[in-house]
Design a protein around this ligand. Structure first.
Ligand code: PNS
Length: 161
């Protein structure tokens, strides 16, 4: 039986911190489905399709990872449909844990699906999609925090105004 997990997120855009966690999940499970979950209430920097494309590119070296887009769905329903036994999330620190714990408990309450937390690599402890965007917006260098393709896509998007 294939042991499958889901790495969910908004990925607006994917960072190297995300890629580190996805890669480590790929070493633990037979198959990882990166679920790009679009929140229609949130105006993103990238469209859901663009986010998915950037994650596909960032995970190109991980053969047991696939990337799918889900809009307006409960994560637990996505997990059930995919036959995933766990949700895998990275934790950079206590603030992430405080944010993630109620969601993990709610998801387990709803369908029994477990959440597995992986400690984020400290080299990416300061890396988030929102901070990367803020630094880029003010002309800072985000090399080494995101893939080159994300860096270039962000520069292009910000130049559009
Ligand atoms: O990258 P993010 O924005 O921290 O990811 C949050 C995400 C998308 C994983 C979370 O909002 C989510 O699971 N959304 C899907 C809708 C859902 O299931 N909501 C109830 C969560 S308990």
């Amino acid at each position: 039986m294939t042991r499958r997990c889901v790495c969910p997120g908004s990925y607006d855009p994917v960072t190297l911190g995300h890629v580190d966690v996805i890669g480590r999940a790929a070493a633990l499970y037979d198959e990882v489905v990166v679920a790009v979950l679009h929140n229609p209430a949130k105006q993103g920097t990238f469209t859901p399709q663009e986010r998915q494309d950037l994650v596909v590119d960032a995970c190109a070296d991980l053969p047991n990872v696939r990337v799918e887009l889900f809009g307006g769905r409960l994560l637990v329903d996505v997990c059930r449909e995919l036959g995933a036994e766990a949700i895998v999330k990275g934790l950079r620190g206590g603030t992430d844990f405080a944010y993630e714990l109620p969601m993990a408990l709610m998801n387990r309450h709803l369908t029994g699906v477990e959440t597995v937390f992986l400690p984020g690599d400290p080299q990416f402890g300061h890396v988030s999609s929102s901070l990367v965007k803020e630094v880029a917006r003010h002309g800072g260098d985000i090399s080494g925090l995101v893939t080159d393709r994300v860096r270039d896509a962000l520069a292009e998007r910000l130049a559009e105004g």
